[in-house]
Write a protein that binds this ligand. Structure first.
Ligand SMILES: *Cc1c(COP(=O)(O)O)cnc(C)c1O
Length: 247
């Protein structure tokens, strides 16, 4: 085994241990939580090694980085998640390799994704990205988190956007995603933030019972996400190492 593969195997084992421990503490079965490894900024070779080590879900956040990587990995049995802010001019490319887009946050994106999914003749899974830093009536883009705001729809906009996805051809509403907010009432309170996301998920499932995915938690706070009830955690740094650049 190469040094890099050994490093990835060790890191994966540590993350697996953290998830199992958190599940046990929360009284949940380990199978209730799916690990998604966020491979952004890391090369296709790492994705390949992760697949050999048993990883089945990977995530990317920038199309420029992800498209060639996915193209180099088409022989692997992987589910590709797109978790970054998505511009409509990148939608055609993303629909070419993503199985699930976790960052759906506006009607324009819903129509663009629907059009391209239909054109590609496929069904695309969608998660609504919820901005828990959003002020009531605002959106993630304009709320107090400044230029680093990571997108997302405000909680009160979830129902309407979910219905739009539900009506859209080629799209399948799978659930909700969030990133622990840096601003607003949940800043620094990851567990409370993820519990709030679970509450929003319960509301969503009244009208969309199949939309039961809850994607929350990253390297620093995956335990809080598991404790709150997340079904998917997105882990980058703890598996691949500290990223060479912001991404
Ligand atoms: C980068 C990223 C992650 C992973 O973050 P780490 O702290 O490296 O685990 C998870 N979710 C999203 C949306 C990301 O952009």
């Amino acid at each position: 085994m190469s040094d890099r593969k050994k490093e990835l195997a060790d890191n994966l084992a540590r993350v697996e241990d953290r998830i199992s421990t958190a599940c046990a503490k929360a009284g949940r079965a380990r199978e209730e939580v799916t690990l998604i490894v966020v491979t952004k900024t890391y090369p296709a070779q790492d994705v390949r090694m992760l697949a050999e080590l048993g990883v089945r879900h990977v995530a990317e956040n920038r199309d420029q980085d992800a498209a060639p990587k996915a193209a180099a990995c088409t022989d692997l049995t992987l589910t590709w998640h797109f978790v970054g802010q998505l511009q409509t001019n990148k939608v055609r490319s993303v629909v070419g390799y993503a199985d699930i887009v976790q960052s759906v946050d506006r009607p324009k994106l819903v129509s663009a994704l629907s059009r391209e999914a239909v054109r590609a003749g496929r069904e695309l899974g969608c998660l609504l990205q919820v901005a828990l830093d959003a002020e009531p009536g605002g959106t993630g883009q304009t709320a107090g988190a400044g230029p680093a705001a990571r997108g997302g729809v405000a909680p009160e906009g979830v129902a309407e956007l979910a219905d739009a996805i539900g009506r859209a051809q080629g799209l399948r509403l799978d659930g909700l995603m969030t990133v622990a907010p840096l601003a607003g009432p949940y800043a620094g309170r990851q567990l409370a933030a993820f519990e709030r996301l679970m509450e929003i998920s319960s509301g969503l499932r009244v009208n969309h019972p199949a939309a039961n995915m809850v994607s929350a938690g990253m390297s620093a706070d995956l335990e809080d996400a598991v404790m709150a009830g997340a079904t998917h955690v997105r882990v980058g740094t703890a598996v691949l190492g500290v990223r060479p650049r912001l991404g």
